[in-house]
Design a binder for this molecule. Structure first.
Ligand SMILES: N[C@@H](CCC(=O)N[C@@H](CS)C(=O)NCC(=O)O)C(=O)O
Length: 206
């Protein structure tokens, strides 16, 4: 299995999950600017849209979209109990959080990484993001993780996207539960390892 990733990008979420689940895989660095892989290929031959993450399975099939890859990995490893039973309210809540992080946070906040973002757009995006971040903060009140008391795919995704807030200089002082979630997830050995490997890959690429 190969995970095509870019350090710190949304591909960190499946990267974390692969390590949490103990699945062997090969990380493949993608330069998002040139669309070249670390081993010299045109990444668009893997994902024609040129974005990470992409998960290449042993038989050569390629999966894309963070949400789909996270669910695929978690469902394939039921022993980790990261996915509540089908048809349960908890399962619907998992889908809800994955969808919320994807559509209300990832795509909203992630847009601020574009090089041509004006100050007016930045202010408007942050204004829209704050009530959404407050919603997550309230949901995390008195709990360690988003679903039940167990770390799961939605936590990997939320961690990945909320990490961007610091880089984007978005003040999170009003969201103490979100900050605590960030620290809790960062302290997990699989997460530290994923971050270490991504830093190494970035350094090695120069
Ligand atoms: N809908 C996609 C979005 C993935 C995405 O936004 N990837 C970003 C990094 S976080 C990317 O590779 N951007 C480069 C590009 O779009 O050219 C998903 O959920 O996987």
């Amino acid at each position: 299995m190969k995970l095509y990733l870019s350090p710190g990008a949304c591909s960190l979420a499946p990267h974390i999950l692969l390590r949490e689940l103990g699945i062997g895989f090969e990380p493949v660095l993608v330069d998002l600017a040139t669309k070249r892989t670390g081993d010299g290929r045109d990444f668009r031959t893997v994902n024609p849209l040129g974005y990470v993450p992409a998960l290449e399975l042993e038989d050569g099939q390629v999966l894309t979209e963070v949400l789909a890859i996270l669910l695929f990995l978690a469902e394939r490893h039921p022993q980790a109990e990261m996915v509540p039973p089908p048809g349960s309210v908890e399962r619907a809540r998992l889908y809800g959080w994955l969808s919320f992080v994807a559509t209300e946070l990832h795509k909203l906040v992630g847009a601020l990484f574009a090089p041509n973002v004006t100050e007016a757009t930045r202010v408007a995006v942050i204004e829209r993001a704050r009530p959404r971040l407050a919603h997550v903060d309230r949901a995390l009140e008195g709990r360690d993780y988003l679903i039940g008391e167990r770390f799961g795919p939605a936590d990997a995704y939320l961690f990945t996207v909320s990490r961007w807030l610091g880089y984007l200089k978005i003040d999170t002082a009003d969201f103490p539960n979100l900050r605590a979630h960030q620290e809790r997830v960062r302290a997990r050995p699989a997460v530290s390892e994923a971050l270490r490997v991504e830093t190494e890959l970035k350094k090695a690429a120069g």
